[in-house]
Write a protein that binds this ligand. Structure first.
Ligand code: HSE
Length: 430
């Protein structure tokens, strides 16, 4: 049986999970794949902290380049994260004609073009299954299982930290900061939690999904990203009163030759399957023209689930190498630039939840309704909540489908008219 050597760069949460899984499941993988995958090297600046893995002697090193240079290492796994040293090392490994597996969504979303071009130029593969959805093999679904479909839409709950926070805010009314700390303790959160709570991690994943579905990867500055940092517990509660649950949703959807790519806290009806995706779980609902709706659910973060997908990628590459396949697939199948273009955020049509803090005086509610009407925004349900002592009352309106820019213009006008005491809150609905 051929033996394929693996080197891991980064011995943190995910790296340790990958090492542990490779060591524990070596024989079962050999039986399944017909290839013996041997963990040869692990590099990290800190090789003294106990990561709970029985690493054979001689495997740990502080010298990442020595892992890339080791001739017995055919597959380099990058689990460092970020775009600094991780990018340098991934490019160095590809140039050394090593296949690479990475879970680094930021790297691919921001530098995917350079990384994939380098892989193609060097005739080696880059796999990135765990970059979206952690333990859910959604990347493989799009590259293989649904490859024969025209993908109409992908709706994803793709950040475990945010989903965990939203779930506990709704269930317990728990304070945001306290729940975030728990998510960090449980190993879900990014080193910089702003990536999670401000929606950028979800947006990185949405960009990767857009590339897979449409051969078109927007840059991060083109994508409208709204996180959950400023989400008010009031809106979580009012959404529940209307029969909805708020989730941070990635949307990648095609409309003719335009593609919408965005991340927004979104009201989802309780009867919708995505509304039952709670805690740190992730899910993606994909609509293909042939498959119709399919849904993928699982743990989107954490050591073992992420390692599961990374190890699946290692297995696939190892089998390719062992079978002598010299033609490696390009990482992202098509950058068919020009075939589709990004839909302008203002042109996106959606139903909305809007909350106004309305001056408690005659005609205020009516002025809001008529301004919305003048901008073509039609109200499907509205309710005035309890009065508070500030002289402003919360009024919540749900709209029929409206153009985002029409609603935004109406809200700006309402704010300028002085009938509200704070910026109106606008959330999307599905
Ligand atoms: N911080 C990410 C999350 C990890 O919470 O989902 C997986 O990408």
């Amino acid at each position: 049986m051929s033996e394929i050597g693996v080197g891991i760069l980064g011995f943190g949460t995910v790296g340790a999970g990958v090492a542990d899984g490779l060591l524990k499941h070596r024989s079962v993988m050999a039986a399944r794949l017909g290839v013996d995958i041997e963990l040869k090297k692990i590099a990290d600046l800190d090789i003294t902290t106990d990561r709970g893995v029985a690493v054979p002697s001689g495997v740990l090193t502080t010298d990442a380049q020595s892992v890339i240079d080791d001739p017995s290492v055919r597959i380099v796994v990058e689990t460092i994260g970020g775009t600094g040293v991780a990018k340098q090392l991934v490019l160095a490994a590809l140039k050394a004609k090593k296949c690479v597996v990475t879970a680094n969504k930021k790297l691919l979303a921001e530098h995917g073009r350079e990384i994939f071009d380098t892989a193609a130029e060097n005739g080696v593969d880059i796999y990135f299954g765990a970059s979206v959805g952690g333990g859910i093999p959604i990347i493989r679904v799009l590259r293989e299982g649904l490859a024969g479909n025209d993908i109409e839409s992908i709706h994803g709950i793709l950040n475990g930290t945010c989903n965990y926070i939203l779930t506990r805010m709704e269930r317990e009314g728990a304070p945001f900061d306290e729940v975030l700390k728990d998510a960090q303790r449980l190993g879900y959160a990014e080193a910089n939690p702003s990536l999670d709570i401000d929606g950028f991690d979800t947006a990185h994943k949405a960009c990767i999904l857009a590339a897979l579905a449409y051969g078109f990867q927007p840059t991060m500055d083109q994508v409208r990203v709204e996180g959950i940092r400023n989400l008010n517990g009031l809106d979580v509660k009012y959404a529940a009163d209307f029969g909805y649950r708020i989730k941070l949703l990635a949307v990648v959807a095609k409309d003719g030759d335009e593609v919408e790519v965005g991340v927004h806290p979104t009201l989802i009806p309780l009867s919708h399957m995505l509304a039952s995706v709670n805690d740190a779980f992730n899910a993606a609902m994909v609509k293909g023209d042939l498959s119709d709706y399919t849904m993928y659910y699982g743990r989107g973060a954490g050591r073992a689930p992420t390692a599961s997908t990374v190890i699946g990628d290692i297995g696939d590459i190892a089998r390719n190498i062992a079978h002598g396949e010299t033609r490696y697939a390009r990482g992202v199948p098509a950058y068919a630039e020009g075939a589709v273009r990004l839909k302008a955020a203002g042109d996106i049509v959606s139903k909305f939840y809007v909350r106004f803090m309305v001056a408690d005086k005659p005609g205020a509610f009516g002025a809001i309704a008529s301004t919305l009407g003048r901008h073509g925004v039609s109200i499907s349900a509205a309710t005035q909540k309890e009065t508070n002592e500030t002289g402003f009352v919360p009024v919540v309106a749900l709209t029929h489908k409206a153009r985002t820019s029409d609603l935004e213009e109406a809200l700006a006008e309402i704010k300028a008219s002085g009938v509200v005491g704070a910026d109106p809150i606008k959330l999307r609905m599905i």
